[in-house]
Design a protein around this ligand. Structure first.
Ligand code: ATP
Ligand code: MG
Length: 325
């Protein structure tokens, strides 16, 4: 079997982990390695040695990582990404890999003393996601840019220019901005009472949230479930109420479908928010809204739920424009 973490991908992942470790260590994202590099040592060697010697906490050997070879890339990646949460007692263990997504892996973790949850989902972004970012220009219109502390970044600041130039520094910023945006969106929805997993914390390439599933299996996505027709209508209504709630908060999910809805014990929750758009400024918002609703309607139609996607979208959009939501 070809490892999902092949050597080709490893370079990038490892760099990300190293930079995150350096960031935590030094408290800023500047290229510290250049200043600490020994003679004749390449940047990569220096980064690798720093991570290995100083940054992977030896005591943190989660159940899932223990099953992997100590040299396995995924093991280092999981430990490196999550050890900060372990130190802070937000998680106490990583049990299993729940899903390998296009851009991120999700792991089932045990909540630590500092957490109210028994199980926590850790969504770990792969650094290479930047090469696959879903055509994100269309989503980003009108989005405020935030720095690592969540403060808004001034227009045309050096930081914004770095992001535009796609320097390493700029890419790191864009990465943390993307994750910060996802976290803020999920938090806004949770605070408003939407059906989303409660977001718990985020740092570096990781977002922690309430886990859907149990100690042995994760919740399925709706796309993998054959619903009983009797439960279809109420679940459809619930999802549409959430679409309406999001719009009342001026937002459109932007990637809603049966793939981004989890199903567990007859209930649903909506996930995956990095591409959420602000409907007050994004000219594509109405199109995204229509598409989101269409995909949900298409999923439920064979289960006997009859709904007119265009009609629902037009009505919702009109109410939104008239301030009636
Ligand atoms: N809170 C959670 N509890 C349990 N499983 C989760 C949770 N969040 C995500 N997952 C699982 O991880 C998968 C990937 O999550 P998500 O959709 O947020 O990331 P993604 O990288 O966009 O993935 P994809 O590209 O496959 O949509 C989900 O399809 C789901 O199976
Ligand atoms: Mg997804």
């Amino acid at each position: 079997m070809v490892s999902e973490f092949d050597d080709y991908e490893f370079e990038d992942r490892y760099d990300q982990m190293a930079d995150d470790a350096l960031y935590r260590q030094h408290g800023r994202m500047v290229n510290q390695v250049n200043r600490t590099r020994g003679r004749g040592q390449s940047r990569k060697e220096e980064v690798a040695s720093l991570v290995e010697e100083n940054d992977l906490i030896e005591d943190f050997v989660p159940t899932y990582a223990a099953k992997l070879d100590p040299k396995h890339h995924e093991r280092k990646w999981v430990i490196g990404s999550l050890q900060g949460f372990w130190v802070d007692k937000i998680i106490s263990d990583v049990l299993y890999q729940a899903k390998v997504g296009k851009e991120a892996n999700v792991y089932a973790c045990v909540g630590g003393d500092a957490s109210e949850y028994d199980l926590i989902a850790a969504k770990l972004y792969r650094p290479r996601m930047f090469r696959h970012l879903r055509n994100d220009a269309a989503y980003k219109i009108g989005r405020t840019t935030h720095n690592r502390e969540g403060k808004k970044i001034r227009k045309n600041s050096g930081v914004e220019r770095a992001m535009k130039k796609k320097s390493v520094f700029g890419q790191r910023l864009e990465f943390s901005n993307w994750i910060g945006h996802e976290f803020r969106m999920q938090k806004m929805l949770w605070d408003a009472g939407a059906d989303v997993p409660e977001p718990i914390a985020h740092t570096g390439n990781a977002i922690l949230m309430a886990f859907w599933g149990d100690k042995t299996i994760p919740a399925a996505t709706l796309s993998d479930v054959r619903l009983d027709p009797a439960e279809a209508q109420p679940l459809f209504d619930k999802i549409m109420q959430n679409v309406q709630l999001m719009l009342s908060l001026n937002h459109v999910h932007g990637d809603l479908s049966a793939y981004n809805i989890l199903y567990w014990q007859q209930d649903v929750t909506i996930i995956d928010f990095p591409q959420m758009v602000d409907a007050t400024v994004n000219p594509n918002a109405e199109t995204f809204l229509q598409r989101d609703i269409q995909r949900v309607v298409d999923y439920f139609a064979p289960l006997g739920v009859s709904a007119d996607a265009d009609g629902i979208a037009i009505e919702l959009w009109r109410d939104f424009l008239n301030g009636r939501l």
